[in-house]
Design a protein around this ligand. Structure first.
Ligand SMILES: Cc1cc2nc3c(=O)[nH]c(=O)nc-3n(C[C@H](O)[C@H](O)[C@H](O)COP(=O)(O)O)c2cc1C
Length: 101
């Protein structure tokens, strides 16, 4: 096969992707005013876990970095736990996910 197909696996520097479909990051503004990733976000990404790789939405690393209404952060323990529930939901379905900082 001279060219791999879109649905063939890909080795991303040791991270095995089921296929070559990569979901682009899309700001969803669904984290609520506390900016903590919630069950709705976990469901949203889990539903898309058949992509080879999900690039999750822009996520802020500090209070000062916030520039969009109800976008998620990852600068408190609660936010980290929220994202952990998202990644676990994706991994449970065999998906892979990167976070955009
Ligand atoms: C509603 C919307 C939200 C987006 N949010 C993000 C984001 O959070 N982070 C990011 O890096 N890019 C974001 N993008 C850019 C997309 O990831 C993508 O690069 C862009 O839509 C161009 O895609 P294309 O090259 O397939 O046309 C967003 C685009 C749209 C339309």
């Amino acid at each position: 096969m001279p060219f791999p197909s879109l649905l063939s696996p890909f080795d991303l520097h040791g991270l095995q992707l089921a296929n070559r479909v990569v979901m682009a990051p899309l700001t969803r503004a669904r984290s609520g005013p506390d900016r903590i990733p919630n069950a709705m976000i976990a469901e949203y990404y889990a539903q898309r876990s058949s992509a080879g790789l999900i690039i999750a939405e822009a996520t802020t690393i500090s209070e000062q970095a916030n520039g969009w209404v109800e976008s998620p952060g990852i600068y408190t323990d609660a936010m980290e736990a929220g994202w952990r529930s998202v990644t676990e939901a994706v991994h449970a379905r065999g998906g892979r996910i990167f976070l955009t900082l």
